[in-house]
Write a protein of this length. Structure first.
Length: 155
């Protein structure tokens, strides 16, 4: 997995936006300039971005931008699987693999903020089985692991 310091981030954002266009065409959804801009802002880093930071960034470009502008765009992007919600940081991050449904666990670096995805269906079904053993009917799971990323560990 690439660390943000050591890759061509511009190319990374460009390919993410191209993927978003493909997905929207496929799902007959409209990637309006505003939705596209919010996605681009979230892709501005490989970290978690809060809704208020997004609003502040949008307002720099358009002082008329209001919270619903951001929330509606976020909802759209979440629905299409282009971004993920990070509960423990109360924010959002880009999806690294939006072109395919996937279960997702997150590794979140407390030092540099990097968020990486794991796609372990084994882990997801083990968790589901445990919940069911406890007589619980799981509908959704969030797994967020905090710590230090590879880049920070080796620095
Ligand atoms: Zn990047
Ligand atoms: Zn993802
Ligand atoms: Zn880190």
């Amino acid at each position: 997995m690439t660390s943000p310091q050591h890759h061509d981030h511009e190319a990374c954002v460009a390919s993410a936006l191209a993927a978003a266009e493909r997905i929207c065409t496929l799902k007959k959804a409209r990637l309006t300039p505003n939705r596209r801009r919010v996605l681009e802002l979230i892709w501005g880093s490989h970290d978690v971005v809060g809704a208020y930071d997004l609003l502040a960034a949008l307002q720099k470009e358009d002082p008329a931008a209001k919270p619903p502008t951001v929330y509606r765009a976020l909802e759209f992007l979440l629905d299409l699987g282009l971004i993920h919600r990070i509960e423990s940081a109360n924010g959002f991050t880009r999806c690294e693999a939006p072109e395919g449904a996937h279960v997702c666990q997150f590794l979140i670096c407390d030092e540099c903020g990097l968020v990486e995805e794991l796609h372990s269906s084994k882990l997801a079904s083990a968790l589901e089985a445990q919940a069911e053993d406890a007589g619980f009917e799981p509908t959704f799971q969030t797994v967020e692991v905090r710590g230090r990323c590879r880049g920070c560990v080796s620095a």
